[in-house]
Design a protein around this ligand. Structure first.
Ligand SMILES: *[C@@H]1O[C@H](CO)[C@@H](O)[C@H](O)[C@H]1NC(C)=O
Ligand SMILES: *[C@@H]1O[C@H](CO)[C@@H](O)[C@H](O)[C@H]1NC(C)=O
Ligand SMILES: *[C@@H]1O[C@H](CO)[C@@H](O)[C@H](O)[C@H]1NC(C)=O
Ligand SMILES: *[C@@H]1O[C@H](CO)[C@@H](O)[C@H](O)[C@H]1NC(C)=O
Ligand SMILES: *[C@@H]1O[C@H](CO)[C@@H](O)[C@H](O)[C@H]1NC(C)=O
Ligand SMILES: [Zn+2]
Length: 468
């Protein structure tokens, strides 16, 4: 059974963008390597900048961002706080508002009915973690997929690996039939929205995406590491939230393709660029029994012979379906056009022909965490402090410096895309570089905290967020 409750407007061709490069001016200096030496020898101005960075204030900013509700549409307080800090440090900062399409969770439920007829609810929530004060907060959102389709699906399910087109094609070659089934997909590889798209395109009526500890490299409980908060291994109940926009088709507000989402603009239908089948994310603790129930059914990993197929959970990773074992997936979302707030600040140049943009998003799915993007947001505040120290020496930037704290990035680069669409002519003419700082880990922690990141989505915290 499956209900759709998406916008029923007629389809328009989404993303009809024509950012012609014809206007691009040609007076820019060629890009050259400035300095071959390592470690780099700092100029006088660079030394002032460098010495102005202070880990105590960075810690303070990080702590602030780590305790704020910054889900797109709910993060005005953190936007204003950011603008205030930047303004204190000599930048002209303002809130830059757009009215964009967002969706929020109303009801998410998953249950399994075993072959013997017993029905069992699957836990979808991340319980509070002792010692991590934000995890138990009432204003934290439940786990969900942004832009997912509302609906109820009851069906047998099939494990499809990472859910790439090649995975689905291989399974079709083996005679697996997806029509009317639910796809059980592991995270990793392609963007999650495209996993749901592939499932939908192959006839599945629902999609469940789980995190597999096999993507965490060495840092797993099975390898003897303790789970967060006691160690670097992933918490078994942690769930990766995220957007299901068909990102490669249409980044930015899907209801305003190619033009800025000001209040009252014409809205396009989103059916072509968001899923039509319901989907939810689940933890590895929730996924394990579902995978194990497929043991002995369908095709074995050897028969499937696909890369990144088997993970680290106790299961064969066979395709299934297991006859008579069904899932009931219910996903109810609230869709709305709501305000979001970029913070934009400018430091005027002596020569205003060229502009450098330095940015990071501020929005998060959850309250907490200190990796992506809170560490980058903290560094942007500290950077304004450092520029202020430089300004006090009488220095002026040669090129315009624009700082940007984007909102609604997690939903699909929404805040930044709208700003670019709003400023496309000026940017085309003057922008020479964009530097993005989502994650700025403390130096001492780099070697320690970053290794799991090579394979995993873990920020060395029970971090529910992740994009791309
Ligand atoms: C700042 O760095 C110093 C020196 O490495 C260290 O002792 C101190 O704990 C750090 N403080 C914070 C808040 O990170
Ligand atoms: C039904 O099957 C499930 C899964 O194998 C099992 O956990 C449960 O105990 C069984 N219930 C009964 C009543 O046999
Ligand atoms: C990442 O995963 C691959 C394949 O599972 C493994 O060979 C590699 O050692 C892992 N890397 C790290 C840093 O854990
Ligand atoms: C598995 O796939 C690889 C690469 O696609 C292929 O070379 C190999 O022959 C396949 N193995 C089997 C047993 O089919
Ligand atoms: C920077 O330039 C803009 C646009 O030219 C102007 O509106 C603004 O007042 C300038 N700011 C300062 C501090 O000079
Ligand atoms: Zn990020």
């Amino acid at each position: 059974m499956l209900f759709y409750s998406l916008f029923l407007a007629t389809t328009v061709s989404a993303c009809a963008r024509d950012f012609s490069l014809a206007k691009r001016h040609t007076h820019r200096q060629p890009i050259t390597k400035r300095n071959e030496e390592w470690p780099p020898v700092l100029s006088e101005h660079e030394t002032v900048l460098f010495n102005a960075f202070d880990n105590v204030t960075i810690d303070e900013w990080s702590d602030y961002y780590g305790h704020q509700n910054k889900l797109a549409g709910l993060g005005k307080e953190a936007a204003q706080w950011t603008a205030d800090r930047w303004t204190e440090n000599g930048f002209e900062a303002h809130l830059n508002e757009y009215h964009v399409y967002l969706s929020y969770p109303l009801k998410q439920e998953l249950s399994v009915t075993w072959a013997n007829g017993t029905r069992e609810d699957i836990n979808l929530q991340e319980e509070a973690v002792e010692g991590d004060d934000v995890t138990g907060r009432e204003d934290n959102q439940p786990t969900f997929h942004g832009y997912s389709a509302s609906g109820i699906a009851t069906a047998e399910y099939i494990y499809v690996g990472q859910g790439s087109i090649a995975d689905f094609e291989r399974l079709q070659e083996l005679g697996v039939e997806f029509g009317g089934k639910i796809a059980l997909i592991r995270y990793g590889g392609l963007f999650r929205g495209l996993k749901v798209k592939n499932a939908q395109d192959h006839g599945a009526i629902g999609a469940i995406i789980f995190t597999d500890p096999g993507d965490d490299g060495e840092y797993t409980v099975a390898n003897g590491y303790e789970a967060y908060p006691d160690g670097p291994a992933r918490h078994p109940e942690s769930v990766q939230k995220g957007s299901c926009l068909f990102l490669s088709t249409c980044p930015g507000d899907p209801t305003a393709p190619g033009y800025p989402s000001h209040d009252g603009v014409e809205r396009a239908a989103v059916d072509d660029v968001t899923p039509q089948i319901p989907s939810i994310p689940i933890s590895y603790a929730a996924a394990q029994p579902l995978l194990a129930a497929l043991d002995g059914h369908g095709h074995t990993p050897d028969e499937v012979n696909r890369t990144v197929w088997s993970g680290a959970l106790e299961a064969e990773y066979s395709t299934g379906p297991a006859p008579g074992v069904t899932l009931t997936l219910e996903n109810e979302m609230e869709e709305k056009i709501a305000p979001v707030w970029n913070v934009i600040a400018t430091l005027n140049a002596t020569d205003t022909e060229e502009t450098i943009v330095i940015g990071n998003h501020r929005d998060t799915w959850m309250i907490g965490g200190n990796g992506d993007p809170n560490s980058g947001s903290a560094i942007l505040v500290e950077l304004t402090k450092a520029f202020n120290a430089l300004l006090e020496t009488g220095w002026k930037p040669k090129r315009n410096i624009v700082l940007a704290s984007w909102d609604a990035e997690e939903y699909g680069l929404v805040g930044s895309a709208e700003w670019v669409e709003d400023n496309i002519n000026w940017l085309t003419e003057t922008a020479v570089a964009y530097l993005n700082i989502d994650v700025a880990p403390e130096i001492e922690k780099v070697s320690h905290a970053h290794e799991p990141g090579i394979n995993s989505t873990s920020d060395y915290s029970r971090n529910s967020e992740r994009h791309r």
